[in-house]
Design a protein around this ligand. Sequence first.
Ligand code: NAD
Length: 433
Amino acid sequence: MQLTMIGTGYVGLVSGVCFSDFGHDVICVDKLPEKIEALENGIVPIFEPGLEDLMARNVAAGRLGFTLDFADAVAKADAVFIGVGTPTRRGDGHADLTYVYEAAREIARAMDGYTVVVTKSTVPVGTNRRIEEIIREENPEADFDVASNPEFLREGAAIEDFMRPDRVVVGVESDRARDVMAKIYRPLALREAPIVYTDLESAEMIKYAANAFLATKITFINEIAALCEKVGADVKSVSKGMGMDNRIGSKFLNAGPGYGGSCFPKDTKALARIGQEYASPMEIVESVIDINEATKRRMIDKIMELCDDSVNGKKITVLGVTFKPNTDDMRDSPSLTIVPALVGAGANVHVVDPQGYKEGKDLLPGVTWEDDAYTAMQDAEAVILMTEWNEFRALDLNRMVGTMKTPKMADLRNVYDPAEAAKAGLTYVSVGR
Ligand code: NAD
């Protein structure tokens, strides 16, 4: 199959590379010349473990290429995937579909022969029908079908998720398009990955419902954590006891500073907005959005309390600023709320993050970036563990105590054992314990 991927971000690039690894011929298109130039030189513009090697292998095998030439790439394709961004639209919480519709228009003009136009981006219910209309308006002669194929990969484990998905969702309404999609995903079907065929609206809804449910699960345990702190329970034990129930499951039950990232914040807002538009309010999701904001603010209060209600003039070390480990993605990271609050309160903030600098340097003005955790902690009056990168999971607590001015730690990911921290001489707070 000849496939074209529009957009070479986290989803477009990973999908394009993995499809080429299935044996398909793939062209990846982006409108940013610097991205395409980097990719042509074998450089992956994002941090995603394993991606650079897999990309190099498939480029060398002649199955994968990159171009700025949208029209040529689309004309050749049996299927064109739209993998562009759908950020929150300013002001109203709706998903901004400008990039999706712009891509649809360009595809319509360039299409040649029967083509399936597949939306991989996360889009509100009704978007694929609108894409169909746009293509017809733009090119009434076009021979095409649309398909909705939302992506569920997680940054940091994207290749594994793409290659071994829990399921693939395909919204499709003609046999011809279904055949094309079945051929594209045949390598996964052969590995027994479940492929769920459905109508367009249901496929679109599955993606939002799944993300909103996961965001709800995280928010639920964060709210339980706040209560645990009041009643003297330990949220880690509570999560463990809850998660062993097969009906609940242990994933997404780790209390922390609030969810962030490129998907949950914008997708919960978009779902709430869809509910309002259809007069079917998503009240749980609306509460989740509010509680998540409150959770981030609660972390600021926790840090202030640890620092005797003032961080003014104090050196505070922040370990990790990306929204989770193993990614360089800073979009809607809790650090973007917490760090500016500390800087605003007069703290002298030193930041260490294995991949955060590239995005974070512009997003977190007024902080000092460091390369090494222990150097960053020298003479600090508090350490905040914000993102649980592996290198922050086994710190030498005695060494920390020896190097800090006042040995205090706010562990917002519950990585350390409170008793061990106390034994090392740390004044230690965590979440829900
Ligand atoms: P991204 O911002 O990293 O990448 C989008 C890319 O599309 C950019 O490189 C941009 O230059 C390019 N682009 C935009 N308009 C274009 C056009 N007309 N022609 C060519 N290129 C164009 O976005 P992302 O994180 O990969 O997300 C893409 C979609 O996938 C979103 O809808 C997102 O919700 C969804 N999604 C993301 C993840 C994730 O973990 N990041 C997971 C599942 C689903």
